[in-house]
Design a protein. Sequence first.
Length: 367
Amino acid sequence: MEQNMITIRNLSKEFKGQSVLKNITMEIPKNCVYGLLGANGAGKSTLLKVISRILPAKRGEVRIDGMDIRKEKAEHIAKKVAVLPQTPTCPDAITVRELVSYGRFPYRKAIGGMSRHDIEQVDWALEKTGLTEISGRLVTELSGGQRQRVAFARALAPNPELLLLDEPFAAIDAKVRQELRSWLREMITRVGITSIFVTHDQDEAIEVADEIIITNHGHIEQAGTPIEIYSQPKTPFVTEFMGSPTRISNITSFHGYEELGEGLHAVVRPEHVSVTKKTEQSRFSSSVEEGVVERVMFRGREVELHVRVHDVLLVANRRLEEASITEGERVNVFIYQVFAFPAGENGTQNVNIVENANIETEKLFYI
C-alpha cells in the first residue's frame, strides 16, 4: 500500500524561459498538513498548481497516491484532489448549501440532479465545517470568515484525499485570520485529510503545519517540523528568513565571539539578545556591551527595543513588568547565541549555532 500521498521526482517548470521550479524532489506522507512557506515569487503557488495539474511540468514526475497525474483523466484527479484558490469565486444570489453542492461536480451525471450520496456528502461537509445551521442563508450575507468556511466546505464536498490551499487566509482581516488558523488545523485533523497550503506568513505555517517546506527561487531550501526549521536552520536563507533576524558582519567585535574567526556572517534573533538597564544586575555583567536605545515600540505583551551596538542595530524584547527603558538611554546588551555561516552569496553553506563563549565562564564564576 502506498505510504506517501505525494511523491515528486526531479520536477522543473519554466515560464517564458525563466525557471520557476528547479529539480524539486520531495515526498509527503498521508494524513499530514504541509506548509509551503516562502517569499513572493519563490515558486510556492506554481508548485501547488503543478501538483493539481492546473499547470503542466516541463520535466519530472508527480504521483498522487501512487498514480502518475500525467496519465490520469481530469475527472479522476478532481475526485482525489480539491483545490481552494486564493480568491474563490461565488455566483450572486446563491445559498451556502447550493455553493457547497457545486463541490460534487466530479460525481454529477450529465442529466439529472444530485444523488442521495451527493446530498449526504454535502451534509457531511457542512457539518464538518460548522455551517449546517446557516446552510440556507445567502453567501453574500455572510462575514469574510464565514465565506472562507463555505469555500472549505465546497472543497471537502467531493470527499477528496488531498486538499490544496493557496494562501487560504490572504483576504481575511487579522483577528478572523487568527481564529481561522486554529479552526482549520482542528478541522483537517478531524476530517483526516492530507493537506498542503501555501503561505508567506511564518506564524501561519508554524501554527497550522505538521511539516514546513521553505522554497526560494524555485528550489527547496529546507524541510522539517516547525521547531526544526526555526531552531535549526540549515542554510543562510532560512536563517535570515525565519524570525526577526539581524545580520552582524563584525561579530568578532562582540564579547564572547572574539575567537569565532574572520570571514563569517552572524545572525541574531531578538530572543537571543538581553537588554538591561545600567542600574540592573546582570548575570553576565562582565561580558555585556554598552548600547544606546534608538527606538521603543509597544507590542502588547512586551516592548520591542532597537539598540545600537558597535554600529549594529540589534532588536530585543523586554517584558512589560520590567522597568521601562526610554529612547536615548544607555543600556547593557548581551548576546546569548548567534547563527554563523561563511560570508558569500552561495546559499549552500553550513549554518552553525554558536553560544557566547563567556556563558560557561560566568557559570563557573557563579558556582
